[in-house]
Design a protein around this ligand. Structure first.
Ligand code: NAD
Length: 502
């Protein structure tokens, strides 16, 4: 089949391919129900491809293929499984530019960021392959016999992805699941199904048929995975409302499942008065993730809690830097910020901007669709936007926008700042900027979030576990050996000495 990565197919103005199939049992195949949906580029409105949507019968087929292949895959040595993942990483790196273009056109985010995502995904495959042989159980000297634990694969892992980093998330879901000896059924986000299929095509001669399956589709396809009685490990990345449905669906499936949920955030960045204003402004801009992904990042810091003494100087710089961000067609390498993933999502972001105005926040920059940019008219573009004076009761303070909107709230009392930092149902990330290490550490320990930066922001470090507290999720990713372990279940084996009387 086409790899979807042919440079000719990636030229702007062309459909990527006519039809994008499912990938089941190591081969391209069509949807059992014959459902094919249009995949539209959000930046131009052009038709990119017609995508086959997996029905429940397709999930059943993928499960059968996975069941047939998984035992032999699990019998390969860790080093052998790792070698396959390393080779896949090499192939993805070699095509990182093409993956960048594919994701930029499919999801609307800037090419540079998507190309970097392909490299990060390849790096995670390599890292997991490298540490894989460290996977081990324990021996426990409970008696004079032998007592040990073995990490055993679950069998089949069902992974459901969010839309914002298609190639990276495919690698992040794949690496630990396969290294642990499982087969994987991966459902890309409905808006960005192309690069996961491209990864599948690259893996055709590397992975045994059935070990890696890609089934595009929306909620119905996701539900078929979550409720399937033979898929016992679910790895979900997406929004809080969908995460709740996934958790409920898994519990109603008739099986006890291991579920990890990587959900949304309304993440604070807290600036103390002793921070240099230029440093603070740069951190605030970087944390928003406006450039690169238009704020469509779960870990982006979207609530600025700024000490009153820095208000004017810091915001003057933040506004100037925000206004300078270069909006453009995502696959243009000069573009710093592309568009929202869909026109529907753009309208949701614009409605939240409208609500922020009604709630009394003061618009400092942005606030709508870009003006005098005919080249962007057909796309789902929103200007990067900053509001000052956001009240803690306002929707903008409490709800995830998942778009380029920063809300500023000023504080004078440290206890109040930390109370505000915790005053949402989310708890994914937080960034604290403070030159007094005692205060900074106290803040880090007081804020109820799973991933905290002190005098740092935005970067996620492989090897440092990432996951949400409160309504931001359950479980961890990125923890290398721990990530592999979380795709296994532990079995305890007790061996009595044969000479020992019972
Ligand atoms: P979404 O919840 O709309 O969709 C996520 C995935 O779930 C998609 O593949 C979708 O098709 C699928 N889905 C939808 N309904 C389903 C159902 N009933 N059962 C099973 N699957 C279903 O999220 P999105 O808009 O794709 O992504 C944005 C959200 O993801 C944001 O909230 C963002 O913060 C979050 N996110 C979290 C992380 C993290 O690591 N914590 C990373 C990226 C994105």
């Amino acid at each position: 089949m086409t790899t979807l990565l042919d440079p000719l197919d990636l030229e702007p103005g062309k459909a990527v391919v006519d039809e994008v199939p499912l990938w089941i049992g190591g081969t391209a195949t069509t949807s059992a129900a014959g459902r094919v949906e249009d995949d539209i580029s959000p930046s131009t409105g052009e038709l990119l491809a017609k995508v086959h949507v997996a029905a429940r019968a397709d999930i059943d087929r993928a499960v059968e293929a996975a069941k047939a292949a998984q035992p032999a895959w699990a019998r390969l040595t860790l080093v052998e499984r790792g070698a396959r993942l390393k080779e896949l990483a090499r192939r993805i790196r070699a095509k990182a530019e093409e993956f960048g273009r594919l994701d930029a056109r499919d999801g609307g985010t800037a090419f540079q960021s998507m190309q970097a995502g392909a490299h990060k995904g390849a790096a995670y495959l390599e890292l997991i392959a490298g540490v894989g042989p460290e996977l081990h159980g324990r021996t426990i000297p409970a008696t004079s016999g032998l007592h040990f634990t073995e990490p055993a694969p679950w069998g089949i892992v069902g992974a459901i992805c969010a839309y914002n980093h298609p190639t990276l998330f495919t690698c992040m879901k794949m690496a630990p699941a396969l290294m642990a000896g499982n087969a994987l059924i991966l459902k890309p986000a409905v808006q960005t199904p192309l690069s996961p299929l491209a990864v599948a095509a690259l893996s055709e001669d590397l992975l045994p048929p059935g070990i890696f399956n890609v089934v595009a589709g929306g909620a119905e396809t996701g539900e078929a995975i979550v409720t399937h009685p033979d898929i016992l490990r679910i790895s979900f990345t997406g929004s809080l409302p969908t995460g709740r449905r996934v958790y409920a669906g898994a519990s109603q499936s008739g099986q006890f499942k291991s579920v990890t949920l990587e959900l949304g955030g309304k993440n604070p960045i807290v600036i103390y008065p002793d921070v240099d204003p230029g440093t603070a402004a740069a951190a605030i801009i970087k944390g928003t993730n406006f450039a690169r992904v238009g704020g469509q990042s779960c870990g982006a810091t979207s609530r600025l809690l700024l000490h009153e003494s820095l208000h004017d100087e810091v915001l003057e710089r933040v506004v100037a830097d925000t206004a300078a961000i270069k909006l453009g067609i995502p696959d243009d390498p000069a573009t710093e910020m592309g568009c929202m993933v869909s026109h529907a999502h753009r309208d949701r972001v614009l409605s939240m901007i409208g609500d922020a105005r009604e709630d009394g926040a003061r618009l400092l920059v942005g606030g709508g669709r870009p003006e005098n940019r005919p080249d962007l008219d057909a796309g789902a573009f929103v200007e990067p936007t900053v509001f000052d004076g956001v009240d803690p009761s306002a929707r903008l303070f409490r709800e995830e926008v998942f778009g380029p909107v920063l809300g500023v709230t000023t504080w004078t009392d440290e206890q109040e700042a930390l109370r505000l930092a915790n005053d949402t149902e989310y708890g994914l990330t937080a960034s604290i900027w403070c030159n007094d290490i005692d205060r900074a550490l106290n803040a880090a320990r007081t804020i109820d979030a799973g991933y905290i930066w002190v005098n740092d922001v935005e970067v996620r470090y492989p090897g440092v576990p990432f996951g949400g507290w409160k309504q931001s999720g359950l479980g961890l990713e990125l923890g290398l050996v721990d990530d592999i372990l979380s795709h296994t279940r532990s079995k305890s084996i007790n061996v009595g000495l044969s000479a020992r009387p019972l």
